[in-house]
Design a protein around this ligand. Structure first.
Ligand SMILES: Nc1ncnc2c1ncn2[C@@H]1O[C@H](COP(=O)(O)OP(=O)(O)OP(=O)(O)O)[C@@H](O)[C@H]1O
Length: 237
């Protein structure tokens, strides 16, 4: 069976600067795959390119066997690939519920109420405050909203860009345990994280990016045990 997502020799440039320099990786159905790496390694650029917000300068991206590197972003969502971006990017003046409904824009079926309820079950605070302006939410609450909104498109593959960024340890635990819940519910996940420990603990597979290149890969536990990862990403001496 071919992977759900297959990225081959991907190159992405901002003008003359190559941010991603020929990376290849894959995500199989049911996996949680993580991309870890230091600031500026190219993780966000990679996710933005997969979701069609940036065009690659080289290489290919296949989703369920179909090339998507020239597909418009809204069609990519409709294929079942959702992106919860870095820094949340919710719509601050809209209510929580309006933000969630926007996540379902590409849906053709009429079953959206059920998914709203599923988002409220996953994150009760969203249901309790569904009429509140989203911009008044705390960072962690906005992160939950961004994840809930991405789930509203009923994605087969959910890409999460640094879901734990700026969160308190308790909030981070909640958000990261949701990653496991979503996987258990059948969503395949591509997770970008600065918090390598939390990400690798949950990952079936991980890739380490350094200045636009993959320098190491393995199962989550292999990478957690690797000396290189422990020194460079887990802050151990
Ligand atoms: N719009 C842009 N124009 C020019 N250069 C950019 C742009 N966006 C990102 N870059 C550069 O591309 C490189 C990769 O950035 P990217 O945001 O993908 O890294 P990252 O691994 O996600 O980092 P972080 O963990 O800090 O978010 C960096 O050197 C960054 O400065």
């Amino acid at each position: 069976m071919s992977p759900m997502l297959e990225v081959k020799d991907l190159v992405v440039a901002y003008g003359k600067i190559k941010a991603v320099k020929g990376i290849s990786f894959s995500v199989d159905e049911g996996e949680v795959v993580t991309l870890i790496g230091t600031n500026g390694a190219g993780k966000t650029t990679t996710l933005r390119t997969i979701s069609g917000l940036l065009r690659p300068a080289g290489g290919s991206i296949r989703f369920q066997g179909k090339r998507i590197d020239e597909t418009p972003a809204h069609d990519i969502v409709a294929l079942g690939l959702a992106h919860s971006p870095e820094g949340r990017r919710i719509f601050p003046r809209l209510t929580v519920e309006q933000n969630l409904l926007l996540g379902a824009f590409a849906r053709r079926d009429g079953d959206i109420r059920k998914d709203l309820q599923a988002a409220y079950d996953l994150f009760p605070i969203l249901g309790e405050r569904k009429s509140q302006a989203a911009g008044t939410f705390s960072g962690g609450e906005q992160q939950m909203l961004a994840m809930g909104r991405a789930m509203m498109s009923r994605p087969k593959l959910l890409m999460l860009d640094e879901p734990s960024m700026g969160l308190s340890p308790l909030m981070m635990k909640t958000v990261m345990s949701t990653v496991t819940t979503l996987q258990e519910q059948g969503t395949t996940i591509l997770l970008v994280e600065q918090n390598a420990q939390a990400a690798l603990k949950r990952a079936t597979k991980g890739y380490v990016l350094e200045v636009g290149k993959i320098v190491l890969s393995g199962t989550g536990s292999e990478l957690l045990e690797s000396d290189e990862v422990r020194k460079a990403y887990l802050g151990e001496d």
